[in-house]
Design a protein around this ligand. Sequence first.
Ligand code: CTP
Ligand code: CA
Length: 223
Amino acid sequence: ALLSPKEQPLKGKRVVITAGPTLEAIDPVRYIANRSSGKQGYAIAEAAAAAGAQVTLVSGPVSLGDPRGVETIRVESASAMLAAVKSALPADVAVMAAAVADWRVAHDSDQKIKKDGSGLPPALNLIENPDILKTVGHLHEDRPKLVVGFAAETNDLIENARGKLERKGADMIVANDVSPENNVMGGDNNTVRLVTRDGVEDWPKMAKEDVAKQLVTKIAELS
Ligand code: CTP
Ligand code: CA
């Protein structure tokens, strides 16, 4: 069946989306990671594809299957996620929904680290990971027309989201309060506030699929 332009508002647009956590190896059996089910990012990918976009989803390890009609690239680390995002450019829209690990160990061990019997833990030397959203937001050539990030916060939601909007060169931040009582991480619902340079839009609590659909409508208006 042919869908009308109203039903396919992203027809012909290329959209790159990150989702899920990243895993940063400590040694062959251990890693550092963030909590993330990937549900919100996957729902956005599926909604963007349903709206007619050509979607590349760059996903960290999650237990979800590839969304329908979406080219899905699976990665583990933040560095690999950044490389995959770059390879998916140029795009019209970038939605960076991944919970990227902020740090990785400076030198991951190729052998399993053993307890040495002293009772003292090994010191992990951490270095900062590349910021994928910030990199994309500050591209000169190939910067997508619309760059959307997320801000997961437990406090000072709007203030932190505005800071991220500016620092990362994004056009919109989807801010969500991930205090444990909201059960966002791993849960099926999300309460978000959209922060742009024009102001803040508060959305009611909805299923992550509905947040995704409305976000795609918004993205179509702005891209
Ligand atoms: N992000 C990213 N690469 C990173 C860290 C974050 O692309 N290395 C993106 C996330 O996908 C999200 C946005 O940046 O879209 C905000 O992530 P968040 O963790 O809330 O912000 P940080 O800048 O890492 O700040 P902090 O964790 O200290 O609050
Ligand atoms: Ca972070």
